[in-house]
Design a protein around this ligand. Structure first.
Ligand SMILES: CNc1nc2c(CCNCC3CCCCC3)c3nc(N)[nH]c(=O)c3cc2[nH]1
Length: 374
């Protein structure tokens, strides 16, 4: 029996968003949830204790990166990723498909797999469904992702159709290569771009293989937000209501709320730590670029409505000073706040679902954050 189980608690009467619990071998966590990204076996600058205190449940890592460095064999020898990085809650690993397309040039896609260059030293590499499963098996993640192609945006219908069919064949090969289905859950990834019939074909192919969970891939690749929302509107209903739905690579606060409203349960995004590293923070009143001179004598917290460690103890002026001086403590404070902000945003989304008012919450949040400003 699969170690991953989704429990639907209730549906928001105002929007249709779902409140659920994701049960994993490393704990049970409420959804909708935001999953911090820990590419190289660390959520950059933050400790596991800090992640726990802010309420992180599942974090992400990646087949491609850990295969290259330190090597999945070393992680396996350490007893798997949980012990290697001292994280005893949930871990989801992406299959490397996306990274091959986003990090590497000169790639060649064949039926057997993808030939590409190591983005660190230019060596020729080959990744396949079987190889991606071997690596994720060694990493010991609670949730593995099928090896897929995330096509570029935009792509022609013909290209997208061939890609969807190959991704479905690759998903089947992943299932066959799955060595420990009772210990690790494997999610299928729905592709098809913005073409409704291809999304339907992809979803039907994958649902017929009965995965414990499904991801909506191929989005947040440069398409307008209206396109993403439209694709979600006709894709999530194709997925079983009793299985978790993961929207890959999303995202900004508005996209998290709009994704939850369209039936998504799980999100991941590098945004909080990535923009945090250049001193940009998400606050309840919109983005703050802390290097801006206007904060030089601003002795208030990053976000007046935030109770995180950073906002309780430090001022904008101090954090601006650290970031401008390239002091490491500065990016720790901004990263902590940004991850905390998205995790707490999802707590507010879950509370709004409990009280059947996620539509009202969306209005109020968008207004305060400034998403509705023309
Ligand atoms: C940012 N937009 C976006 N990301 C996508 C991703 C990556 C999701 N994030 C994974 C982390 C990235 C950093 C390292 C750790 C794993 C996608 N992944 C896959 N496999 N397929 C997609 O269609 C797919 C589509 C995506 N769109």
């Amino acid at each position: 029996m699969t170690p991953i189980r989704y429990e639907l608690i209730k549906t928001c009467k105002q929007t249709g968003a779902r409140l659920g619990i994701l049960h994993t071998p490393h704990g049970s966590f409420e959804t909708p949830m935001f999953m911090p990204v820990g590419t190289l076996a660390t959520v950059k600058t933050l400790s596991p204790e800090e992640l726990k205190e802010m309420g992180a449940g599942v974090i992400l890592s990646n087949t491609y990166h850990l295969w290259l460095r330190p090597g999945h064999d070393i992680v396996k020898e350490a007893g798997g990723l949980h012990s290697f990085m001292n994280w005893d809650r949930g871990i989801l690993t992406d299959s490397g498909g996306f990274q091959v397309f986003s990090l590497s040039e000169f790639r060649r896609i064949e039926e057997e797999g993808v030939y590409f260059r190591n983005h660190l030293n230019g060596d020729q590499l080959f990744l396949s469904p079987e190889k991606a499963m071997e690596i994720q098996n060694a990493l010991g993640s609670d949730i593995m992702m099928a090896f897929d192609e995330c096509p570029p945006y935009p792509a022609t219908y013909e290209y997208m159709k061939r890609s969807v069919e190959r991704t479905s064949r690759w998903a089947e090969r992943c299932l066959k290569a799955h060595q420990r289905p009772n210990e690790q859950g494997l999610f299928g990834i729905v592709q098809g771009g913005e073409f409704e019939d291809l999304r339907k074909q992809s979803a039907q192919d994958l649902v017929s293989l009965d995965f414990p969970g499904y991801a909506v891939g191929g989005l947040s690749v440069g398409e307008p937000k209206e396109v993403m929302n439209r694709v979600l509107e006709f894709t999530t209903p194709l997925l079983p209501a009793n299985k978790p739905r993961y929207l890959m690579g999303v995202g900004s606060p508005d996209s998290l709320i709009d994704g939850a409203i369209r039936g998504i349960d799980m999100f991941d995004c590098v945004l909080p730590t990535r923009i945090g590293r250049n001193g940009t923070v998400m606050t309840s009143e919109g983005r703050v670029v802390i290097k801006n001179a206007k904060y030089a004598r601003d002795f208030t917290p990053l976000d007046p409505n935030c109770d995180c460690y950073t906002c309780r103890n430090y001022t904008r002026a101090y954090i601006r000073h650290l970031i401008k001086c390239d002091e490491t403590f500065g990016i720790r404070l901004t990263s902590y706040h940004n991850v905390y902000f998205l995790i707490k945003l999802m707590e507010q989304v879950r509370q709004a679902i409990r009280e059947d008012r996620l539509g009202d919450f969306r209005e109020q949040f968008f207004e305060q954050y400034g998403f509705n400003k023309p």
